[in-house]
Design a protein around this ligand. Structure first.
Ligand SMILES: [Zn+2]
Length: 179
């Protein structure tokens, strides 16, 4: 796996020790779970959205390895009102807590987002993708009032032009009354 999205524990601990930062851009072809949310948007309409991130590593007072992450992503999804594509901007700030198992995850202090790694290390791409998926709206849509539900191609009701207006006789009556 490409360096920068997968960190082994040695590297992760070293980065926390040195309080290093890591930043990068992930293209949509690698963000398969986010892309699944916009599966109905044709590629030419979805454009080239991507995810950019910056993570600052450190340790907290309990020696937990933390990653203070800033995640920006603007996937193009299907508007649930007008059914046209809509770019859903996600800006997420989260403190990731890297732990080795579920038991350790349960002990992570409130306010941190536990990321459970494996023996090999932690999958940063998956963790960042999770953040975006959590922040995306359940029902993506344009700003309220800026779009309308589509008009369906139903057979239009024929305007009754050839039918006599119900008020025609009334108009005649009134006219006759005047004279
Ligand atoms: Zn819309």
């Amino acid at each position: 796996m490409k360096k920068g999205e997968w960190l082994d524990w040695v590297e992760l601990n070293r980065m926390a020790q040195n309080e290093s930062s890591l930043s990068g851009v992930l293209t949509q072809d690698r963000l398969t779970r986010i892309a699944e949310r916009s599966v109905s948007v044709p590629a030419e309409e979805a454009g080239d959205w991507q995810l950019s991130y910056e993570i600052r590593f450190r340790r907290d007072e309990n020696r937990i390895v933390l990653g203070e992450a800033q995640v920006n992503c603007e996937p193009v999804l299907r508007c649930q009102r007008c059914l046209e594509p809509v770019a859903c901007a996600v800006e997420s700030q989260v403190t990731l807590a890297f732990v080795s198992d579920d038991k350790a995850a349960e002990q992570v202090p409130r306010g941190y987002e536990p990321v459970v790694g494996s023996e090999q290390g932690v999958d940063l791409l998956a963790a960042l993708e999770d953040e975006v998926l959590l922040a995306l709206p359940m029902f993506p849509a344009h700003e309220p009032g800026s779009c309308e539900p589509p008009e369906f191609d139903q057979p239009a009701v024929k305007p009754e032009t050839d039918k006599k207006s119900p008020f025609a006789d009334l108009a005649k009556l009134i006219k006759n009354k005047d004279h």
